[in-house]
Design a protein around this ligand. Structure first.
Ligand SMILES: Nc1nc2c(c(=O)[nH]1)N[C@H]1C(S)=C(S)[C@@H](COP(=O)(O)O)O[C@H]1N2
Ligand SMILES: [Mo]
Length: 235
């Protein structure tokens, strides 16, 4: 397993914490993101809307509307055992800089919070406050090659998912490590899970260990998708 050592100064520079401004903030999208938006075919209305305005923010809820008991644990098999000190997140695939990040590396990236509704297709929903980092900030660190269209996520329980890159780069798609102001409980996906207001619950992988950037759509689409669930899974 190759581990790329990222000196702290370099890490802060490329993650936009150096004071030079966020790589992907406000006015300027990075070159790879512009490439991505040119390269991705619009395949349905939701993605067309995102392509027209990729940074359109989904309205969030006030903290007072959080429903602390409404998020049901929904796990296809069982909760995996993960040692936070030994935990490493891998970012690889068609990238110029494959990364292996510890949790303390991830905590150096600008933290964000959002309060959104989680919707499970099994017929329940919950307003949840998530805290973590933007997935796009992590993806940017890996320096994706031109023409990336998809992202694959591997989880410690054997769950797997794939997303379109546009949804993965949305400002409100987070790798979350907090739920409702507290460290993310293990049953909800600690140390790292996806949280996004633009995707259904089954797209939001818990216990993520590996993120793979791809030009081609993967053959294995996702744990539930490969049993018939719709792949885009937009909200
Ligand atoms: N690794 C993993 N991620 C997963 C699942 C799972 O079984 N394993 N279930 C999905 C489904 S169907 C839903 S609704 C949400 C539930 O998240 P929660 O258990 O934190 O409420 O996780 C999603 N992510
Ligand atoms: Mo779900």
């Amino acid at each position: 397993m190759s581990k790329i050592f990222l000196p702290r100064r370099r890490f802060l520079q490329i993650s936009g914490l150096s004071g030079l401004g966020l790589i992907m903030g406000g006015c300027g999208a990075p070159w790879f993101e512009q490439e991505v938006f040119r390269a991705t075919e619009p395949f349905n209305q939701s993605i067309e809307a995102l392509l027209l305005n990729p940074n359109k923010l989904i309205p969030e809820f006030p903290l007072s509307s959080i429903e602390p008991d409404a998020l049901l644990v929904n796990t296809f098999d069982r909760t995996p055992v993960i040692d936070p000190d030994k935990f490493r997140l891998k970012i690889n695939g068609q990238v110029d800089r494959p990364l292996t990040l510890s949790l303390s590396d991830i905590h150096k990236i600008e933290p964000v919070k959002m309060t959104i509704r989680h919707v499970c297709v099994e017929g329940w929903s919950a307003i949840v406050g998530w805290g973590g980092v933007r997935l796009r900030d992590i993806i940017a660190l890996s320096q994706p090659q031109k023409g990336i269209g998809y992202v694959n996520f591997k989880s410690a329980d054997g769950y797997y998912e794939s997303w379109d890159i546009v949804s993965a780069l949305h400002t409100q798609t987070l790798l979350a490590y907090e739920k409702n102001g507290h460290p993310l409980p293990i049953d909800n996906g600690a140390p790292l899970r996806l949280a996004s207001p633009i995707k259904l619950g089954y797209k939001q992988s818990k216990w993520i260990t590996e993120i793979t950037l791809l030009k081609e759509k993967p053959k294995a689409l996702g744990y539930w998708e490969d049993q018939g669930y719709e792949w885009f899974g937009g909200l």
